[in-house]
Design a protein around this ligand. Structure first.
Ligand code: ARG
Ligand code: ZN
Length: 882
């Protein structure tokens, strides 16, 4: 059943207080709920509809009186109280649930023997009958009763107010959360865990007890997470003036969980996002932990204190919180490198979503299952939308807007318009049609042409923009796009900008006598012109600096202009971007060569450009690593009329190998110069050094060369941390053969006791481009370490397979068949995970007829399967509909 944003109605009943009591058992769990109900409208007593899934109703009472058949209706998804009393009343109900049989990983379930919960978005209805919607906010208490030896630790939200022992080896704890919250933020954990303890003193002097809970043997691996938590708490005070509001903050690490969850004062994390040690986690893993620990912490204000009115507003909390975690990671690491990664993610994953059947706006208009909308559009494009406010208002204006947002809406469940209004009102800003970013799906394509008039000393930029139709939105309006622009002179320096005329009107001038080097052009129409005056020589425009809007930009810059910007632009993001555009152009032209003649060539000017970057010691090493990395195959496929994975793969592989061979000495030097035998440190300098060394190693390993084989093997054996060890393993694994088999076996032997490392081992093999790899994946499915119930393993082995475009899109359909079969199996266990995999099929129309038919057959097979989940149904049917 499809749900629409336009149908939103206020609830007829609010819930004021919720007292829960859990009796946790091995066979069944009993949940007692006592709810203080307040009716919103006086008089009219409309039916009270409670959500409930997989619950066995034992009893239901109103004001202490047990309801009889006829007083309520019960179906597989609801309990409807047909004629509740008017005014306020107390609703009590008792249900039984079966956590050990719950493989969906939502609601209350068992993870490795422990009880834990995941309620967002709609899991609370698997715990008790409730109005499972975020605009119903209540104060909770939670009493937990369980066997003491099996579950010595009993946690829920808020403060621990009582605990004690009970008969029969049981014990109990009572938690009270003083803050009103929607039920999706409820959490409970009953487990055998130990904690790393620390404290943080907030800016106003509140001493907060911090605890990170894991099985005892993993405690040493929580040091980094604790560092991240404290850094996040401090950062939110410094940058946003947001202070933590309770005396306790718990984080629990579990092996089976969809990711991480910001439950009030009881975050529950997948262990992959908590546990790290130099020997077992890579730099990327350390960075992900920083980002996600920050993300969940930042939700305490953006999500918990101010929450969403309904799930269409998901980006209100997720876009904003992703933006905050991106800023946090930038401030603690390298801003440019972080911006490059985030922009790449938008362009690779989000643009591709925008161009397919699941395209939806940052605030969707409708959904069948909200789980399918925890997307890169809602999260990452949503974060770009928030970033644009900051770009338009400046740091101080943005902060004023945030302050007003919290001042107005603390304790409320609100909408994206409320956020917009706070930003606008705090700054008296003119945001034109900015709200379209929330309602219009699709990626704006902006074309720019430039011209210089030497006589008039003017430089003109003409913009035109279009947004392609998306499902349900055939006609689009022009968007409000801030384009950060600088003009670079022939010496490579930024020109001071004095004045810009926009459609003939003077728009911006120097700021308080200070020269301005980057200006933010406000592009709002289908076509318009900006003219810079007093421009003494023909400049090269540096457009969309820092990736100031999530758009596709097509400019008339020549290759020479781009090589120039690659070498000189003061905006590092645009230096990188210039290199990427050049690489894409080059790869694009070679794809046609390959299709016609199978013959490939590499432009010497490109090799020279890469070489200059490699040798420029003034550049940040992480930047160099990113700048010499070729655009991915997916990006290139997007440029083609008909996606051709074989050609794209052959071209990228050829260019990589050619660069390796022409710059072999330079790469060898980089490896040697950037080795270190010192203790692992997670900081920007060291990470950047490792990134550059390992990127160079990856290039070298593409060569057929004895000396290199030795070198890579040596790097593998001498590595003292996982970043280096795994990079070397990946380098060896590029080519099939004995060296590869031996290294993979060796790695497994060394790490078989550590699930998180074994997951990397799965992912490396599943995403491999070696020919016919699907056979290996079938084998790995029955590997003793694989488990279809564990999300990490599924993402590693099955999700990873989608990463190899040549193998997933194999022309014989073997990749499609594999994914289709496994998705259906998984759908019976965990529909959310299954639909995540099925989305890999969504862009089937991009391919040739043979592939189209093969992919379509899989989608058709799915929709005709009996008992298919709504989750998979939504993705598969929408994919077929285009
Ligand atoms: N709110 C969580 C986060 O982003 C994610 C919850 C994911 N839930 C889901 N059903 N996919 O921090
Ligand atoms: Zn989030």
């Amino acid at each position: 059943k499809e749900i629409f944003l336009k149908d939103y109605k206020l609830p007829d009943y609010y819930f004021d207080t919720v007292d829960l009591s859990f009796s946790l058992g091995e066979e069944k769990t009993t949940v007692y709920a006592k709810i203080g109900v307040v009716s919103r409208v006086d008089g009219a007593a409309s039916p009270l509809v409670l959500d409930g899934v997989d619950l066995k109703l034992i009893s239901v009472k109103i004001n202490g009186n047990e309801l009889k058949e006829g007083d309520f209706n019960l179906d597989s998804r609801h309990l409807i109280l047909t004629s509740p009393p008017s005014g306020n009343f107390i609703l009590e109900n008792v249900v039984e649930i079966l956590p050990h049989k719950n493989t969906s990983l939502e609601g209350l379930y068992k993870s490795s023997g422990n009880f834990c919960t995941q309620c967002e978005a709609e899991g609370f209805r698997k715990i008790t009958f409730y109005q499972d919607r975020p605009d119903v906010m209540a104060k909770y208490t939670c009493r937990i009763e369980a066997d003491k030896s099996l579950y010595p630790v009993l946690l829920s939200n808020g403060n621990l107010i009582e605990q004690g022992d009970l008969e029969g080896g049981k014990h109990f704890a009572v938690w009270e959360d003083p803050f009103k919250k929607p039920c999706y933020l409820f959490a409970l954990v009953a487990a055998q865990l130990e904690s790393r303890n620390d404290t943080f003193t907030t800016c106003s002097g509140r001493k907060v007890s911090l605890k990170i809970w894991t099985p005892s043997q993993d405690l040493p691996k929580t040091e980094h997470a604790m560092y991240c938590l404290k850094a996040a708490m401090k950062w939110d005070e410094d940058v946003f003036g947001r202070e933590y509001d309770l005396d306790i903050y718990n984080i629990v690490s579990v092996p089976d969980n969809i990711g991480a969850m910001e439950n009030k004062s009881l975050n529950i994390f997948n262990s992959e996002l908590v546990l790290a040690s130099p020997e077992t986690a890579t730099d990327a893993g350390y960075a992900a932990i920083l980002g996600v620990i920050g993300h969940e912490y930042f939700h305490n204000w953006t999500g918990n204190r101010v929450t969403c009115r309904d799930w269409f507003q998901l980006s209100l909390k997720e876009g904003l919180t992703v933006f905050r975690d991106h800023e946090f990671s930038s401030d603690l690491g390298s801003r440019t490198a972080k911006r490059i990664s985030d922009a790449s993610r938008i362009r690779i994953s989000q643009f591709s979503q925008d161009a397919g059947p699941m395209a939806h706006p940052v605030r969707p208009h409708s959904y069948i299952k909200i789980d399918n909308f925890y997307t890169v559009t809602v999260y990452a494009k949503g974060a770009e939308v928030v970033r644009m406010y900051k770009t338009l208002l400046g740091s101080q204006g943005f902060r004023k807007g945030m302050d007003l947002y919290f001042q107005r809406h603390d304790g409320q469940a609100v909408t994206c318009e409320d956020f917009f209004a706070a930003m606008r009102d705090a700054n008296d800003a003119d945001f034109a049609n900015f709200l379209l970013w929330y309602s219009q799906a699709g990626t704006p394509v902006v074309k720019v042409t430039s011209s210089y008039n030497a006589e008039a000393r003017t430089f003109s930029l003409k913009f035109s923009q279009t947004v392609a139709p998306t499902p349900g939105q055939p006609v689009k309006e022009p968007m409000f796009i801030p384009v950060a622009t600088g003009l670079v002179d022939s010496s490579g320096k930024d020109m001071p900008l004095s004045s810009v005329y926009h459609d003939g009107k003077l728009e911006s001038v120097t700021c308080g006598g200070q020269p301005v080097y980057t200006t933010f052009l406000r592009v709002t129409k289908g076509e318009e012109e900006f003219v810079f005056s007093d421009v003494p020589q023909k400049p090269i425009p540096s457009l969309l600096r820092g990736y100031s809007a999530p758009i596709r930009l097509q400019s008339d810059l020549t290759d020479n202009d781009l090589f120039f910007l690659l070498a000189h632009d003061s905006d590092e993001f645009n230096r990188w971007e210039a290199g990427q555009i050049l690489a894409r152009k080059l790869m694009y032209s070679q794809v046609f060569n390959f299709q016609k003649t199978n013959a490939l060539v590499l432009d010497p000017q490109f090799v020279h450009g890469i070489k200059c970057i490699l040798l420029d010691s003034s550049l940040d090493k992480e930047f160099i690593a990113k700048a010499i990395t070729l655009p991915g195959e997916g990006e290139l496929m997007d440029m083609l009329e008909v996606a051709d994975p074989d050609a794209v793969h052959a071209v990228r592989k050829f260019i990589k190998k050619q660069l390796a061979s022409e710059l072999k000495q330079e790469f060898l030097n980089l490896v040697k110069e950037n080795r270190s035998s010192e203790k692992y440190v997670f900081d920007h300098t060291n990470m950047a050094r490792r990134a550059l060394k390992n990127t160079a190693l990856g290039y070298l390993a593409s060569l057929e060369d004895e000396e290199i084989t030795e070198l890579v093997l040596h790097e593998y054996k001498s590595a003292t941390n996982m970043t280096d060890q795994f990079s070397a393993l990946a380098a060896i694994a590029q080519k099939p053969g004995k060296a590869r088999d031996d290294a993979l076996a060796d790695f497994y032997n060394q790490w078989q006791h550590d699930d998180l490392v074994v997951n990397k081992w799965f992912a490396l093999q599943s995403s491999s481009d070696i020919p016919g790899n699907v056979k290996n994946i079938y084998k790995l499915l029955s590997h003793q370490a694989f488990d279809l119930k564990n999300p990490n393993k599924v993402y590693s082995l099955i999700g990873g397979f989608r990463g190899s475009l040549v193998n997933f899109h194999a022309k014989d359909g073997s990749g499609y068949k594999f994914l289709g079969e496994i998705a259906l199996q998984l759908d019976k266990l965990n529909p959310q995970m299954a639909s995540g995999l099925v989305s890999a099929f969504s862009r089937w129309k991009r391919f040739d007829e043979t592939r189209q038919n093969l992919a379509k057959a899989q989608l058709e097979m799915m929709v005709s399967t009996n008992g298919l989940s709504e989750n998979v149904y939504e993705i598969a049917s929408k994919s077929l509909a285009v």
